[in-house]
Write a protein that binds this ligand. Structure first.
Ligand code: FMN
Length: 353
């Protein structure tokens, strides 16, 4: 198994499109949030407004195409460019996949240069926390600004790195490295995300204490990145990967904790439809992000698959807002909900862990 970062990305794409790498049993626990319906919404569909503002940009809906491996995708063309065009058309945000290949080889920068495809969108670059020291804050900020990103999303992924063949094993200085990036970036936004294991309440407070304002939960219950790496590993790591496949904090719990920690929250990890988007917003999230289902929609029909899926999600959100009597995203934040006991118990008892 090769571990050159470009080849690894190709293998990630192929596994995410062709294999079932969802969590096996663990759920996001969004299914424990019942939005209380109303048969008398007192609204007309034309009045329902899914627009929101995040980091200074107006979006048609609180939705982002989550960070996904970009660059040349063979028959799929430049995936980043396709994602950017779809985000522009839908009026939503986009987080690029890790810019590591472009930091290693400046010739690949063009694969991440999508501003011409999407002049208006909220756009983030992306880099692994383990690469902060390797490339240095200055270069990462420089490249992110060069591609005209509106900020940098740093991803945390200890469980995935442990199972990944040749992955990182030293996570002792991650907070210091993020802190250095924050210092060097001054007003340029830095966001921090997980990739499937979720952020605990303590993680949220640690990040907040060093000055992080924006987090993406990347919680458990959607795509398992340990699962993806398990399929690429052998021997002992494969066995341990199978054990840790479902490890992590359910996304609904991580979302509630990040809101409690006082952070601006993008809820992600297993957001699968418009009802999930509404449930995440009802927990206090400002935004949501979806990754693998959008890649699969794109792969199923390169021309229209992604555009159709995004239209379905945004129109679906409008319908959910109608059926709950919410005219605006602010209304949705205050919508009546009934929470299941498993979710409430987890939120109330696990926050010190
Ligand atoms: C093909 C693919 C590539 C990904 N690459 C990255 C990446 O480069 N950086 C990152 O932060 N997350 C990456 N992710 C993780 C997603 O952003 C997201 O956190 C995770 O897949 C959970 O969301 P989901 O359940 O909607 O797929 C990738 C996901 C997919 C499906």
């Amino acid at each position: 198994m090769t571990n050159d970062s470009s080849d690894r990305k190709q293998s990630h794409l192929s596994i995410c499109i062709n294999e079932d790498v969802s969590f096996k049993k663990k759920k996001t626990l969004f299914d424990e949030i019942e939005l209380v319906a109303t048969a008398l919404p007192g609204l007309s569909l034309v009045d329902i407004d899914t627009k929101t503002t995040f980091i200074g940009k107006e979006l048609n809906a609180p939705l982002m195409i989550g960070a996904m491996t970009g660059g040349a995708g063979g028959e799929r063309g430049n995936i980043n460019s396709a994602f950017a065009k779809a985000a522009q058309k839908a009026g939503i945000a986009l987080c690029l996949g890790s810019i590591r290949p472009a930091l290693e080889n400046s010739g690949l920068l063009k694969d991440f240069t999508v501003r011409n495809d999407a002049p208006d969108i909220l756009l983030f670059s992306n880099i692994g926390a383990n690469q902060l020291n390797e490339f240095g804050a200055k270069k990462i900020i420089e490249v992110s600004k060069k591609i005209e990103a509106d900020g940098i999303m740093v991803h945390l992924n200890p469980s995935m790195e442990l199972i990944q063949p040749g992955g990182a094993t030293d996570f002792s200085h991650i907070l210091e490295e993020i802190s250095k990036l924050l210092d060097a970036s001054s007003d340029y936004p830095v966001l921090v995300k997980e990739t499937g294991m979720g952020l605990s309440y303590t993680d949220g407070m640690k990040l907040k204490n060093i000055g992080v304002k924006y987090v993406e939960t990347g919680g458990a219950g959607g795509t398992s990145w340990v699962g993806v790496e398990t399929l690429r590993s052998e021997g002992v790591d494969r066995a341990i990967g199978n054990m840790l496949w479902d490890f992590g904090i359910p996304t609904a719990v991580s979302t509630a904790w990040m809101v409690d920690a006082g952070l601006n929250v993008i809820s992600s990890g297993g957001i699968r439809d418009s009802v999930d988007i509404a449930r995440a917003i009802s927990l206090g999230a400002n935004m949501t992000a979806m990754a693998r289902p959008l890649l699969k929609a794109f792969a199923s029909d390169f021309e229209n698959g992604l555009d159709n899926k995004l239209e379905e999600l945004i129109t679906g959100l409008k319908y959910v807002m109608m059926c709950t009597g919410c005219k605006t995203i602010e209304d949705l934040k205050g919508v009546s909900t009934v929470r299941g006991s498993k979710l409430s118990h987890y939120i109330e008892t696990g926050w010190t862990s």
